[in-house]
Design a protein around this ligand. Structure first.
Ligand code: HAM
Length: 414
């Protein structure tokens, strides 16, 4: 048997795992700053949890869920997303006593999609939710949080925030009806895929990428005309706040999201550098969902971002690898090196050593690993009681006493 991994899955190692850990650290740091509590739920749940809330006609439920019957004849599904399991966990663990509940989670999701760049069958998501408030400031907080995290992770990337409002459930029903009528009239010009959605899921025709579908959608009814006064006010308050916070956004009337549970605010961050899988973060309000899942009738809002897609964009960004390599030129200097090791460990400075007493090999390893610094220990250093530190990016070289190393690295590399 030829050994291989399952299609659409990937092993994460080397530079990619460094990126994953870096992303997780930034996410946890931001979550702590805003007092979101971490939650980890099992990777599989009862299948019933997903079908209705995600939408019986959504692509995820129709084609993408990994579901199976176990030996007790129970139907289980590998979680395709995190919002419903998190709400399930909040209900079953009685976490909804004190509201609002602010939670976040990081972990693998499973969707049987056609694999391509940025699209996997097992992928990892960062997920933030606020349960129990209708206040538009919760929408502002979550968008601002996503903005902070993405700015920190991808400071140079050109990412655009798109927003829209889907109004309340009644608005959506009226809007869907009028879309169905409109698309029915223009049926002949639509793609085959979209024709199938006219009756079941006309909203999804709006975000089709097929050229003819896009053309027809341009003149389709617009949701804004269907919003109630309350929904309009919520949307206007949100936009005003984003402007005050100087968070750039684009209004996108065709932004509808792929899961059925949304209402009012929806948003996505898109990048031109991701190919066809251009959305790296998406979310919105889901007032009504918690009740559908058997909890109290309270509102909620959240977002999720794909870690693989963020990592892909980090490729064109700075190297996050600020490793320090050590070059020891002769075994004679081991004791001197031990002093350095103790100092680096005490100051929590990560370093790498290749166990080779060879300056050339140490430099070559540091270069191939994209290390930021190399610390050299040789005859001169030992005799003079100093360490030579070379910045491998700028070429700058300094002779420093042991107790000067931390400040030097802190100035230059962090
Ligand atoms: P979603 O738009 O289905 O939303 O997924 C969120 C993000 O997960 C996407 O923007 C993308 O970056 C990533 N993603 C989705 N599918 C794949 C895939 N096959 N391969 C790689 N990355 C993928 C949700 O899942 C909602 N639960 C978000 C949410 C939270 N809404 C409210 N709260």
């Amino acid at each position: 048997m030829k050994l291989r991994s399952v299609r659409g899955t990937h092993d994460i190692f080397g530079e990619e795992i460094d990126k994953f850990n870096f992303i997780s650290n930034i996410v946890s740091k931001n979550a702590n700053l805003k007092e979101y509590k971490e939650i980890q739920t099992p990777i599989f749940e009862f299948s019933d949890l997903f079908a209705k809330p995600l939408g019986e006609h959504s692509d995820v439920v129709l084609k993408e869920m990994y579901s199976f019957e176990d030996r007790n004849n129970e139907f289980l599904t590998l979680r395709p997303e995190y919002t419903t399991p998190m709400i399930r966990a909040a209900i079953t663990n009685n976490l909804l006593n004190e509201l609002p509940l602010k939670i976040f989670g990081i972990g693998p999701m499973f969707r049987r999609e056609r694999p391509q760049k940025g699209r996997y069958r097992q992928f990892n998501q960062i997920n933030f939710e606020i349960l129990g408030t209708k206040d538009f400031l919760a929408d502002v907080e979550l968008i601002s949080l996503s903005n902070n995290i993405l700015n920190e992770l991808l400071p140079k990337s050109n990412i655009k925030l798109h927003i829209n409002s889907l109004g309340d459930k009644k608005t959506l029903i009226d809007f869907k009806n009028s879309l169905t009528k409109y698309f029915d009239i223009h049926k002949k010009k639509l793609s085959e895929e979209s024709i199938k959605k006219i009756e079941t899921n006309p909203l999804r025709i709006l975000d089709s990428k097929n050229e003819e579908d896009v053309e027809i959608s341009l003149s389709s009814p617009k949701i804004y005309e269907y919003l109630t006064d309350e929904a309009k006010k919520h949307y206007e308050d949100l936009k005003r706040s984003l402007n005050i916070l100087e968070i750039n956004f684009e209004e996108n009337a065709n932004l509808v999201r792929g899961l059925d549970y949304y209402c009012n605010t929806v948003f996505e961050y898109k990048s031109d550098n991701l190919g066809s899988q251009d959305t790296l973060l998406g979310g919105g309000r889901y007032d009504g969902l918690i009740k559908v899942l058997g909890g109290p009738d309270i509102p909620g809002i959240g977002w999720a971002a794909g870690i693989e897609r963020i990592a892909l964009l980090m490729e064109s960004e700075k190297k996050i690898n600020s490793t320090i390599h050590i070059a020891v030129t002769n075994e004679k200097f081991i004791d001197y090196f031990l002093y350095l090791q103790k100092y680096l460990s005490e100051n929590r400075i990560p370093y790498y050593w290749n166990y080779k007493y060879n300056l050339k090999k140490s430099f070559s390893k540091a270069n191939t690993s994209s290390a930021s610094y190399i610390i050299i220990i040789g005859e001169n250093e030992f005799n003079g009681d100093f360490f030579t530190i070379k910045n491998l990016t700028t070429g700058e070289q300094k002779e420093l006493k042991l107790n000067q190393i931390f400040n030097h690295l802190n100035d230059k590399s962090r």
